[in-house]
Structures are given as structure tokens and as C-alpha cells.
Design a protein around this ligand. Structure first.
Ligand code: AMP
Ligand code: ZN
Ligand code: FE
Ligand code: FE
Length: 317
């Protein structure tokens, strides 16, 4: 069936699941779905496999309940949530894009790189993310030692806030600070004790972002620069670095994100246009850990079609 036939005959109902809207995936050499206008796509969420507060299956079920047609699970430096998320997607009738948010750096500036539909067993990317996850643990322990000099806080307090195998991050230390009564919520922890300016902050290992882009491409993934203009969190990279990333194989920019000002959105749209990168929008949902709501920013259907064409894995539906 040619792309568009179903959309023309049957306008999409945003509350319908994508499998109902799109129909079964065709087979054959150019077997990619057509996503009609109106399909709701959120390409950036976190679960308890990293620093979200809901289990992977719960994130997917909540995304379906929120009326989304497609959701991506993009935990920090891990694909551990994919299997549970995939089962939940099949049960809930929502399509799942398997992804990850790779921690990287440009000099001393932290850069987050979304990877979509990559081979999770590819050795280079796997080795880099494993190295990052291991160093995140020592880094968190060092931060807890520093914090513990001023506030009663132990490593056990942090461990009791994490699931086994999770990618540890500052949000877990924040949860321990909440549980021990030092702060009211994660946001308060990030505004005070966990802020890089306080002296408790310790950086962790992360690959150079150009190497990370190349590793994602080598693994058959589609690399998208996550919240590239989020200057409220810390320093962001200049345009020249985005250009270098594009030369290294970057394919998209996450332009529509709550951490971007209107000026950053305009700047990033210009850059995407100039460099021939596609534009995404996403919630960066972390469950109860952040105010971000599922579907608060979304990605255009034709962009998802591009991602699916370029990625090595299928979208699960
Ligand atoms: P880390 O990678 O360990 O340095 O921690 C960074 C993570 O903390 C990011 O993925 C954010 O999602 C999360 N984060 C940053 N700022 C806040 C905040 N104000 N409230 C809650 N979570 C935050
Ligand atoms: Zn996070
Ligand atoms: Fe991020
Ligand atoms: Fe994120």
C-alpha cells in the first residue's frame, strides 16, 4: 500500500494507537511505516533503568494513557529497560522507539547525545557506555563523601534509592537527600547541594562527543544532539562544535525542549537548517523526578520516518 493511502481515507484520531492508525508494518526492501499528521511522538524519556522514577513498562503504559502514539525510551548510557518497555508497548498498543541518551563531553562541557534504533551489542558503543556507567558509580561515591562531610548522608542512603543495575546519577543522590530530610525534592537538591558551583560536584568519565557521534553511527544508530541550548544547566557548546558534530555524522537536533528559551529555539532552528539536520521535540520525562510531562513537546511524523529509515532496528509496534 502506498504511503498516505490510509491517512487520506481515514484521518488520524490522536487517541488511536499507531498500529491502528498506520496498520501492520509492510514487508520488503523499503519496509518503513508512514506516520500520518496528528500522530503524537515523544522521543525522549527516562525510567528506573537510569534516573527516571517509573519502571520502563510504566513509562510506556503512561505514555499510551497520555494519548501518545509513539514513545522513545532513552535512558542514560543503558539499554537495560528496552525488553520490559517493548513488552509493555505491545500490550498497550503504543509504538516504541528504542534509544539511549549517551553522556559525552566537548572539552569540559557536558553534552548529551540521543541515539535511536542502534545495535545494543555493538562493541564500541557498548564499551563506552559501560565505562561511563562504572565511572558514574565512583563519581557518585566521591560526591557522597564530600556531601557527607557537611550533611549526614551515606552511600547506603543512595543505594536504597536505586534499583540494581541502574545508571547512577545525581538524581539518585538527590532522592537520598530528600529521604534523609535535607531537601524537599530533586529540584531543590539540584538548586543547592548538587549544583556544580557548590564544591560537592565531581565530574564523571564521558567520551568526546565527536567519538560518541561516530560510535552511534557505527552501531547503526541515529544520533541527535539532546537539549543543545539548555544553558540553565551549565555551559553549552558553541555553533562550531555542532558543525563538527554534523561533520562527524550527527543527524538531528532536539530543538523543542523545555530547557530552551525562545532565543535558543530560534538559534537552533537556524543551525539545523544550515547544517541539514532534522529537528525533534521531546519531553525528557523523568516521572515524578522532574516537572516535565509526557508529550509536552513532540516530533513531526516525517522526522520519525527518517529516523526509522536510517536506524538499524525497527520501531516496535
Ligand atoms: P548527572 O548526569 O549525574 O550529572 O545528572 C544529570 C541529570 O540530572 C540529568 O539527566 C537531568 O535529567 C537531571 N537533572 C538536572 N537538573 C535537574 C533538576 N533541577 N531536577 C531534577 N533533575 C535534574
Ligand atoms: Zn536524567
Ligand atoms: Fe539530558
Ligand atoms: Fe534526558
Amino acid at each position: 500500500m502506498p504511503c498516505g493511502t490510509q491517512a487520506a481515507a481515514d484521518p488520524p484520531d490522536p487517541s488511536a494507537s499507531v498500529s491502528a492508525v498506520v496498520g501492520p508494518r509492510p514487508t520488503g526492501p523499503v519496509a518503513h511505516a508512514h506516520y500520518p499528521e496528528g500522530v503524537l511522538i515523544d522521543l525522549h524519556t527516562h525510567s528506573t533503568a537510569s534516573d527516571g522514577t517509573d519502571a520502563p513498562a510504566q513509562v510506556v503504559e503512561d505514555a499510551a494513557a497520555a494519548g501518545l502514539d509513539v514513545v522513545a525510551l532513552t535512558d542514560h548510557d543503558t539499554t537495560a529497560g528496552w525488553a520490559d518497555a517493548a513488552q509493555a508497548a505491545t500490550r498497550s498498543g503504543i509504538a516504541l522507539v528504542r534509544g539511549a541518551e549517551i553522556s559525552a563531553r566537548s572539552g569540559h562541557v557536558s553534552v548529551h547525545l540521543l541515539s535511536y534504533l542502534h545495535d545494543p551489542t555493538h562493541p564500541d558503543l557498548l564499551a563506552e557506555t559501560e565505562r561511563t556507567r562504572v565511572d558514574r558509580v565512583s563519581r557518585a561515591r566521591r560526591m557522597v563523601e564530600r556531601i557527607g562531610e557537611d550533611y549526614p548522608l551515606t552511600w547506603e542512603d543512595v543505594l536504597s534509592q536505586t534499583e540494581e543495575g541502574t545508571t547512577i546519577g545525581r538524581p539518585h543522590i538527590a532522592d537520598a537527600l530528600v529521604a534523609t530530610g535535607h531537601v524537599s525534592d530533586r529540584s531543590a537538591a539540584f538548586a543547592t547541594i548538587l549544583h556544580p558551583g557548590t564544591g560537592y560536584y565531581v565530574p564523571h568519565y564521558a567520551p568526546d562527543v565527536l567519538d560518541a557521534v561516530r560510535a552511534v553511527r557505527a552501531a547503526g544508530g541515529v544520533p541527535v544532539f539532546a537539549h543543545p541550548g539548555a544553558d540553565g544547566r551549565g555551559r553549552v557548546v558553541p555553533d562550531a562544535v555542532i558543525e563538527q558534530m554534523a561533520d562527524a555524522g550527527l543527524l538531528g537536533l532536539e530543538v523543542h525542549h523545555r530547557d530552551h528559551s525562545a532565543q535558543q529555539v530560534a538559534r537552533l532552528e537556524d543551525i539545523a537548517h544550515t547544517l541539514g539536520l532534522f529537528v525533534t521535540g521531546s519531553s525528557d520525562y523523568h516521572g515524578a523526578g522532574k516537572p516535565n510531562r509526557l508529550g509536552e513537546n513532540t516530533t513531526a511524523p516525517r522526522v520519525l520516518e527518517t529516523i526509522e529509515e536510517l536506524g538499524t532496528l525497527d520501531v516496535i509496534r
